[in-house]
Ligand binder design. Structure first.
Ligand code: AMP
Length: 616
């Protein structure tokens, strides 16, 4: 294994790396650093998060940067604010012994004037999110005429997030003569096409096999249905007494709901998604890093910038829409030499997605059984007993209380004492799981009807109202036409539209509950026609929601008998919790669909009138 000096980096850089505790280069660094120093050939690198890719592209650039010139020589694009900030911070640390090197990080959601001021002072390296970078180019605050390096970090994520146009614009603003470095964990068609269009004969390097998952991750799947999915998640959390996990969801709404339910049930959980303000997101990430939150429920995008190395589990509450993203998710565990488990909760239909994922990760999923109540109680008890065995007794501090305690407990023998103490800690748990069903026997719970029964067995979204409409397929109604019809009624700007079920002669659709009255009046007043037919809508009878709720809050989970959470976990969020979906007031979020893929801190805006959420 070579040292950083042997890779061609100067003493000042190597010294900074030693300060950071980087003793030896990682595989990707060993391959990229000498290559970029020695040659200006474009480079395509297959690298997952956690492989040390930030240093792999930053260090050879720092080695060659002209610190005497104030022109911007390197532009690094990254998908999210968190990631951009992290890269900027890393570069500052790497260059702390290099005189005159300046890096500016630019991203949306922050004061643009400050960023402009910083750019005006001259930064050889600029790290940015695509939207804000384009904005600054348009304002002529960022000039890319002297660029020597363009880095596209997490190119797949940037394209996933819809930044294709921005990437094109930034790349078009750079000179022809330059070196382009593209880093991506996966190489779907769209990334290959960027590479084809903007790179010349790139050399390919990889930190492992293309798209292959880490060897330290085992992949498990649990078969669930929509009624057991949440309960299964809770049981996985309960059986793994020291769980420290990210639960990935596909949409912001799903993320917030799962987090709310976990919090309500006494778990130490919180949500991270793009509907939260930047300050809220920073707060949640900070709490998670410090482990004062045990379970983080997140969308793919919002979790991107989070750098934690000790996750025990990654849980796919729902598998990602694009199966390549599974590698990103599971790559969050099994890092820094630690073992990790990536869990997928799949219903009968979703099971079909596992095979293609196995082909990508080159590993097999192992089917696991949802733990029984007995297993959970056993694990929790043994965990407690281990803690008792290992606890350090501070005799000095408790000495003065002991005589009165001994006196009080005088009548109890050893067995009785143990029984009482275990009961104290576990009565809640034991009673919660006393008659717990076998969740692996899906036939006992009606569930998998969810996707085809026009929504009747489906878990209801509490924030939406379900409407009946007297039009169906026979009237040529389809989801797009229905959305158009709803928008034509001008109920309110950007009203959120939920699930749509088109049937033969009638249909159902969901609208934001807050506007149900306005929706009814708008249809009544406008009295619209569709294909020559009068239109009627009605609110459907409310159904009780399914899933693991409604069984009483605080049993099981991480609650201590006093109702307080154990071990400093389980702090409830205050106002930011359930209301956070609407943070920033009604107007700023109107029409933002909580059910589309999250763009977190990306600086794109959504416009338009009532947009439809994902088709279910
Ligand atoms: P990255 O893939 O760039 O996000 O890096 C993942 C983590 O590994 C970060 O916490 C880095 O600080 C750390 N890291 C990167 N390179 C090295 C190295 N050569 N030695 C030790 N830690 C490293």
């Amino acid at each position: 294994m070579s040292t950083f000096l042997e890779l061609g980096l100067r003493e000042e850089i190597s010294k900074a790396l030693i300060d950071l505790g980087y003793e030896n280069p990682t595989v990707i660094q060993e391959k990229a650093i000498p290559q970029v120093i020695a040659s200006s050939q474009d480079l395509k690198a297959f690298a997952q998060t956690g492989t040390g890719k930030t240093a792999a592209f930053s260090l050879p650039i720092l080695e060659q940067i002209d610190a005497d010139s104030k022109e911007t020589q390197a532009i690094i694009l990254s998908p999210t604010r968190e990631l951009a900030v992290q890269i900027g911070k890393n570069i500052q640390e790497f260059s702390k012994y290099l005189k005159g090197v300046k890096v500016t990080t630019v991203y949306g959601g922050a004061n643009i004037d400050e960023q402009i001021r910083s750019l005006k002072k001259g930064s050889q390296i600029v790290v940015g999110t695509p939207g804000r970078t384009v904005d600054l180019i348009k304002r002529r605050a960022l000039k890319l005429g002297s660029i020597r390096w363009v880095v596209l970090d997490e190119a797949d994520e940037m394209l996933n997030m819809g930044f294709k146009d921005e990437l094109d614009k930034v790349l078009d603003a750079t000179p022809v003569e330059k070196q382009t470095l593209l880093f991506s964990a996966t190489f779907p068609r769209e990334v290959e096409s960027i590479a084809r269009n903007y790179m010349e004969n790139p050399i390919e390097i990889t930190s492992g096999e293309k798209n292959k998952g880490s060897d330290d991750v085992t992949h498990e799947y649990y078969v669930v249905n929509e009624r057991t999915r949440y309960e299964a998640l809770k049981r996985i959390a309960d059986v793994n007494t020291d769980i420290y996990a990210i639960v990935f969801c596909r949409t912001r709404r799903e993320t917030q709901e799962v987090a709310n339910n976990l919090i309500k049930d006494g778990y130490s959980a919180d949500a991270l998604h793009g509907d939260l303000s930047q300050a809220q997101r920073d707060g949640v990430m900070d709490k998670f890093r410090k482990k004062s939150i045990q379970i983080l429920v997140a969308t793919d995008v919002a979790a991107r910038g989070l750098d934690v190395t000790e996750l025990t589990h990654v849980i796919n509450h729902k598998l990602p829409d694009q199966i390549e993203n599974y590698t990103h998710r599971s790559g969050r565990t099994g890092r820094a030499g630690k073992k990790g488990i990536s869990v997928a909760l799949v219903n009968g239909k979703e099971k079909g997605k596992l095979r293609p994922i196995e082909r990508i990760i080159k590993k097999k999923f192992v089917q696991a059984n949802v733990p029984s109540g007995k297993e959970i109680c056993q694990n929790q008890l043994m965990h407690l007993i281990d803690k008792v065995q290992n606890v350090e007794v501070n005799t000095n501090q408790i000495e003065e209380f002991l005589p009165s305690i001994y006196e009080k407990l005088e009548g109890l023998d050893r067995e009785e004492l143990i029984q009482k103490f275990v009961s104290l800690e576990f009565n809640n748990f034991l009673s919660y799981y006393e008659n717990a069903k076998d969740l692996n026997d899906l036939s006992s719970s009606r569930g998998d009807r969810d996707s085809r029964d026009s929504g009747r067995g489906r878990q209801r979204d509490e924030n939406m109202t379900r409407f009946f409409i007297n039009l169906g397929r026979k009237d040529d109604l389809n989801p797009a036409r229905l959305i158009g019809l709803i928008n034509d009624q001008r109920i309110t700007d950007n009203i959120e539209i939920g699930a749509i079920d088109i049937l033969d002669t009638f249909s159902f659709f969901e609208l934001d509950k807050n506007f149900e009255g306005q929706a009814l009046s708008a249809f009544e007043e406008n009295d619209p026609e569709f294909n020559g037919r009068g239109v009627n809508i009605e609110i459907t009878k409310k159904e009780r929601s399914g899933g693991g709720r409604g069984r009483g809050g605080n049993r099981g989970g991480r609650r201590s008998p006093s109702g307080k959470s154990n071990e400093g976990f389980g702090r409830r969020r205050s106002s930011e919790g359930s209301s956070s979906r609407r943070s920033g007031g009604g107007s700023s979020h109107r029409g933002r669909s909580s059910d589309r893929p999250d763009r977190a801190s990306s600086d794109k805006k959504t416009g338009g009138f009532g947009r439809r959420r994902r088709e279910r």
